[in-house]
Write a protein that binds this ligand. Structure first.
Ligand code: PLP
Length: 392
């Protein structure tokens, strides 16, 4: 018996749900890429990305997913033989560092573990040891989509400044931009990157970078630069330069529509929506955890991110299969160190109360149907939280 007619619901942390308005925005013929309309589309998106990153720095659009955009950042500011420092908090900054290593960069790390966020004090101590400033860049992720940790980016930036270290601070906001505050300039970030398919509600395929003056000065002498990613080439005045070739017009139509929707909602409202829906998920997981089988991956409540919740559980495959095959809800699998030991509930981008309560209801249904011990009333706890928080 299944109850899964209709649209399959993706509760995976990327790609996230694409709003119908965004899907429709792509149902048009391509633009003349040499037209004023094209130039204005590019200009508007580059400007609005600056608003999203909260920077006066230069923004860039790449035809790439997050992995490609990582390389875009690395090639533009690093040189062969440079050393960088990766701040671990799960999988994603580590993956970024691995790309750098493959490109000929020495990669050191401040070890983390998968159950907690980066500790700014450990970063400061490590940087104080680097007295001759061998480290050229520091890589961190705002929300680690594998562990579910949120890193305190402003506190890490303060730690870097307190150590008096000149390395570039480079932050991955793929799983957080548009979902929670990000203040590139105010927080002292030199390079930030993100992608289209998570909080930004557009199809996968576009990557975004913002770079400040300090990063652009270092860029001038970076020897890992290659033509496609190169900022200097993209700073050219022709629209063609901005994409190093043909513009991805349909993805740009989609991203334009999605950003318009985000700005119509207003960013502070979108951030509040994410925090409420995330807290609803956490209330449910807290209740389910009373059964002794499920638990939060991130131990400290304040270190749990508002876009994805990673739930520890041995052998989650039957639960995930039940939710998908019987109910049409696709949950995220555990990845990296958490393979077969966790599942993930995404709550990023185009999410609302029915989507989240529906997802929680289906998980609870699965726990019941499969006889997995759990505290009863998790979904009800989520409803109670939202009923108390969302005013009439
Ligand atoms: C998804 C994700 C990436 C990788 O993005 P892809 O588009 O899958 O290459 C990088 N960093 C974070 C934090 C992510 O969540």
């Amino acid at each position: 018996m299944v109850v899964r007619a209709g649209r399959e619901f993706l509760a995976i942390p990327g790609p996230s749900t694409i709003p119908d308005e965004v899907l429709r925005a792509m149902h048009r013929p391509p633009l003349d890429i040499y037209s004023d309309t094209m130039a204005q589309l590019t200009h508007g998106l580059l400007r609005d990305l600056g608003t999203l990153f909260a920077t006066k720095g230069q923004t860039y659009i790449y035809i790439a997913n997050g992995h490609g955009t990582w390389e875009a950042v690395l090639t533009n500011v690093l040189s062969r033989g440079d050393t960088i420092l990766v701040l671990e908090s799960g999988r994603f900054a580590v993956g970024w560092g691995n790309a750098a290593r493959a490109m000929g960069v020495n990669v050191e790390s401040v070890k983390g573990d998968w159950n907690r966020a980066i500790r700014p004090a450990e970063v400061e101590a490590r940087l104080r040891e680097d007295t001759d400033h061998k480290i050229k860049a520091i890589l961190a992720v705002q929300i680690d989509t594998a562990s579910g940790a949120i890193n305190d980016i402003p506190a890490i930036s303060k730690a870097i400044k307190a150590a008096g270290h000149p390395a570039l601070f480079m932050v991955d906001a793929v799983a957080s931009l548009g979902c929670m505050p990000f203040e590139m300039d105010a927080w002292g970030i030199d390079v930030a990157m993100s992608a289209s398919q998570k909080g930004l509600m557009a199809p996968p395929g576009l990557g975004y970078v913002a770079a400040n003056e300090r990063a652009r000065a270092i860029h001038k002498t970076a020897d890992l630069r290659t033509p496609y990613w190169d900022w200097t080439q993209r700073d050219g005045l022709e629209n063609y330069n901005k994409y190093a070739g043909t513009a991805p017009v349909h993805l740009l139509f989609a991203q334009r529509q999605a950003i318009d929707m985000l700005f119509d909602e207003k960013l502070p409202n979108a951030f509040l929506r994410h925090s409420l829906l995330a807290e609803a998920v956490r209330r449910a997981v807290t209740v389910w955890a009373e059964g002794g089988v499920l638990s939060f991956n991130i131990n400290e409540p304040s270190e749990r991110g508002n876009t994805v919740t990673t739930v520890r559980m041995d052998n989650p495959a039957p639960l995930l299969a039940y939710c998908k095959n019987n109910c049409g809800v696709v949950l995220g699998v555990g990845i990296g160190d958490l393979q077969d030991q966790a599942f993930r509930i995404a709550h990023m981008g185009h999410v609302n109360a029915p989507m989240i309560l529906g997802t929680l209801g289906v998980v609870e249904m699965g726990l019941q149907a499969l006889g997995i011990p759990h505290g009863e009333g998790g979904t009800e706890a989520a409803i109670t939280l939202l009923g108390q928080s969302v005013e009439a």
